[in-house]
Design a protein around this ligand. Structure first.
Ligand code: GDP
Ligand code: FE
Ligand code: FE
Length: 192
């Protein structure tokens, strides 16, 4: 893959223009965490950088735009019953591909799965999922523990994050997207 500081800078510029200053800082934090995890666990740093920088690219798009895409393209129409939290990665990956010209399927998949996780996750998927949770700007309760676990065992970090996100969503009576439950069953639940 062709990737260097100039290409990264051009990508950064487009991403910066698509979001608030606060979210852009988050994105840079996710890149830093993803690069650390890529080094630690042996993933391509270029892929980790690109996926991290682009993961929330679509987060500030209006609901109407996501709904339009879901209706017009080949998405499960049940997605219309969900919200930006679920759409910005799952559907947003398509905007990343079209508007940022990122075509690497492994990167697009990591972006699609970054919010909910999945029962099957590649190393890159796990890195982006976990980096999003542990980046330096996050102050979620338990994030220090998540950071410590992420340094030692990536699968355990996926489990920790999944459990705590799900517990939080239940605590606030949020609807749980089925894929989030699949992630919980694969990575957290103990089989008997
Ligand atoms: P962010 O985009 O960097 O803020 O982080 P994420 O993409 O990981 O999460 C976006 C939001 O979606 C967060 O508030 C999560 O708690 C929430 N979220 C994650 N899974 C689910 C789910 O299954 N259902 C709902 N309703 N929200 C979820
Ligand atoms: Fe996100
Ligand atoms: Fe994020």
């Amino acid at each position: 893959m062709e990737y260097n500081e100039n290409i990264r800078a051009a990508l950064l510029e487009k991403i910066k223009a698509a979001m608030s200053e606060k979210r852009f800082k988050h994105v840079l934090g996710v890149e830093k965490a993803a690069l650390f995890l890529a080094e630690r666990y042996g993933e391509s740093k270029e892929k980790a950088s690109i996926a991290a920088l682009a993961h929330d690219y679509a987060k500030e798009r209006p609901d109407s735009e996501f709904k339009q895409i879901i209706r017009d393209d080949d998405y499960d129409l049940d997605l219309l019953n969900w919200s930006n939290a679920i759409w910005h990665g799952l559907v947003g990956a398509q905007l990343v591909e079209k508007e940022l010209g990122i075509t690497d399927e492994s990167i697009l998949q990591a972006i699609r799965l970054h919010t909910t996780g999945a029962s099957q996750m590649s190393l890159l998927d796990k890195i982006i999922y976990v980096a999003d949770y542990i980046e330096a700007g996050r102050d979620i309760p338990g994030v220090e523990k998540a950071r410590a676990i992420a340094k030692k065992d990536l699968d355990e970090a996926v489990a920790y994050e999944t459990k705590h996100t799900l517990a939080h969503l239940i605590d606030i009576n949020a609807p749980i997207y089925p894929k989030t439950i699949e992630t919980y069953n694969r990575w957290v639940a103990k089989k008997n």
